[in-house]
Structure formats: structure tokens, C-alpha cells
Design a binder for this molecule. Structure first.
Ligand SMILES: [Zn+2]
Length: 309
């Protein structure tokens, strides 16, 4: 039996899958944010209850919204405060007496869509999350490619094209990672907001405190000039970033995830725009909408053990 845990800032979701990845059982509990022993205990209890009710000792994979120190596996950045500085995979492996695998939730998304979701008939797939941030993962022949230390696929922190920043007269925005000009600042959902706010201020001389991606997209539908301009720049920047990933990995499909993956116009417009950033003779990969929705987290986490048992 394969168990997948999707751990978020509000809930922990555990799902059990059989050898064919049919969903067998699922449970949710709220996430203890400030008490690490309670956090570990909650997860252990959920897993042990599944072992009892399913009469097995399932493999445990976890999708987690954080960044690990690649030397000692402690978490350095995560929205669940009690896990900061802790080596979750080692602690849980010991408690549950089995090898617990933990991966970034963006990688779990990529794995689930590539193996079980919209890209399952493709060979070499990049899952590109465009939500608050821009994360992702590459899956080749059903295997997640993590690199030696696990940060392969961190496309959001590859520098955005200097040519495009100059062409569109945009500033070099600082990134939460400590670098400046990272693609994430231009191609994520927050990137669209950054671009719109910048153009709005330039046009009206007034700062715009808050705007959501949905508000910008509804302005696009109403043919608002500033929103149309921001969206055109956003598409160009996103297409260039995806072309970079294609030239790195030679893909046959890209699956989009995160809030911006709900914008239907992306699937119409991106193929031609990606082609503009590729040299002659390079085919554009299929650009696909995700299929599994919220369940991609637990499915991808459970898949971490596939091929390892
Ligand atoms: Zn960055």
C-alpha cells in the first residue's frame, strides 16, 4: 500500500493507494503549527491507524511546502513554524520504523500529473507551478529528477531574461530568495500582479496596494488597456521561462499548476509565444492544464516510493 501525505499550513491530508494507485482511504486533520512533538504525533497516529485498518505497513511519502537544507535535511523555510530547523524525514522514519521520503510539494504535483494526470502519455514532462511563487519539477519516464541535492527544477529562481526586462522596461525586482531579477517575480501569479501594479503606477502616478490575479484577468476581459498590457508582458516573460526549461530538458509536455493554471487564455496563447523564444527546428512541447486538482498533492507524495519498494 502507498501512503501519501500532503502537509499544508491548515490541514494534513493522508491518502492510501493500492498498487494500481486507486484511492483506498483518505483522512484529514488540522496541522499543529507551533508544537513539533504534537505535529509528529499527529502524523504518526494517522499512519498507524491506516496500518491497522488496512492490515499492512504502507510506504510513506510526504509533500511539504518548504525548502530543505541539503546537507542535514533540516527545513529552513516553511509556513509551519514548528518544523523550521527540524529534519522531518529522519524523525518520522525513526518514529514509524520505515523510510519516509519527503519532497517539495511542487515536485509532488509534477510527479502526479506526469504519472497519473494530464501528461501521463508523455515521456519527459515539466510541471510548472505558477501561483504565489514559481516552483516545479521534471519527471522523465515516470521518475522524478531531483538532482544530487534536490533543487533541480527550481526554475523560479533562474534569472529572468535581461533582454525581456529591458524590452518591456521593467525594474529588477528583488526576490524572497535573496537574489534579484528571478523569473518568479515576473512569471508567477504574484509576477502578474507586480507587472500590473508597476504599469498602473506609471500610468496614474498612484500606488496600488493590492490587486488579485483574478481582478487583473477580469480587467483583461473588459479590454482594460493597462491590464491587457500587463498580461501581454506576463505571457512573453512566462513563455521565455518555459522555453528555457524546454531547452534544458528537451520536453514533450509542460503541465501548468497553481492559481494561474486556471487562466484558459494561457493554453491558447503560450504555444506560439514559446516558439518565439526557441530557435528554428525546436518543436514546442504540449502545454497542458492539470487534471488531478487538489488530490495531486497526496498522489505525488505516495508516488515518491514507486519503483523504490
Ligand atoms: Zn529568487
Amino acid at each position: 500500500m502507498f501512503y501519501g501525505l500532503d502537509i499544508g499550513g491548515t490541514k494534513i491530508e493522508l491518502a492510501a493507494f493500492d498498487q494500481n494507485f486507486n484511492l483506498i482511504e483518505q483522512v484529514r486533520k488540522s496541522t499543529p503549527l507551533d508544537d513539533y512533538p504534537l505535529f509528529l504525533d499527529t502524523i504518526s497516529q494517522m499512519v498507524i491507524e491506516f496500518d491497522k485498518s488496512l492490515s499492512c505497513k504502507g510506504s510513506v511519502g510526504i509533500g511539504f511546502p518548504g525548502i530543505q537544507n541539503y546537507q542535514d535535511h533540516t527545513f529552513v523555510s516553511v509556513n509551519i513554524p514548528c518544523v523550521i530547523g527540524k529534519a522531518l524525514d529522519g524523525d518520522l522514519s525513526q518514529l514509524l520504523d520505515r523510510k519516509v521520503l519527503v519532497a517539495n510539494d511542487c515536485k509532488c504535483f509534477a510527479l502526479s500529473e506526469a504519472v497519473l494526470g494530464s501528461a501521463k502519455s508523455y515521456k519527459n514532462v515539466f510541471g510548472a507551478i505558477i501561483g504565489t511563487g514559481a516552483g516545479g519539477g521534471q519527471v522523465s519516464e515516470g521518475q522524478l529528477h531531483s538532482g544530487v541535492r534536490g533543487f533541480a527544477g527550481e526554475w523560479g529562481h533562474i534569472t529572468a531574461s535581461a533582454f525581456l526586462i529591458d524590452k518591456h522596461k521593467l525594474p529588477l525586482w528583488p526576490c524572497a530568495c535573496g537574489l534579484a531579477g528571478c523569473a518568479e517575480q515576473y512569471v508567477s501569479g504574484s509576477g502578474l500582479q507586480n507587472i500590473y501594479k508597476y504599469l498602473y503606477q506609471k500610468k496614474t502616478s498612484q500606488a496600488l496596494a493590492k490587486v488579485t490575479g483574478q481582478q487583473i484577468m477580469s480587467l483583461v476581459e473588459k479590454q482594460d488597456d493597462t491590464a491587457l498590457h500587463a498580461f501581454a508582458i506576463y505571457l512573453d516573460m512566462l513563455a521565455a521561462s518555459l522555453a528555457t526549461m524546454h531547452l534544458s530538458y528537451d520536453l514533450d509536455a509542460i503541465v501548468l499548476g497553481g492559481g494561474m493554471s486556471n487562466v484558459k487564455a494561457l493554453y491558447d496563447k503560450l504555444p506560439a509565444l514559446v516558439a518565439q523564444h526557441l530557435f528554428d527546428g525546436v518543436p514546442v512541447p504540449a502545454i497542458l492544464a492539470p487534471e488531478l486538482g487538489d488530490s495531486s498533492g497526496v498522489r505525488g507524495a505516495a508516488l515518491l516510493h514507486k519503483g523504490q519498494l
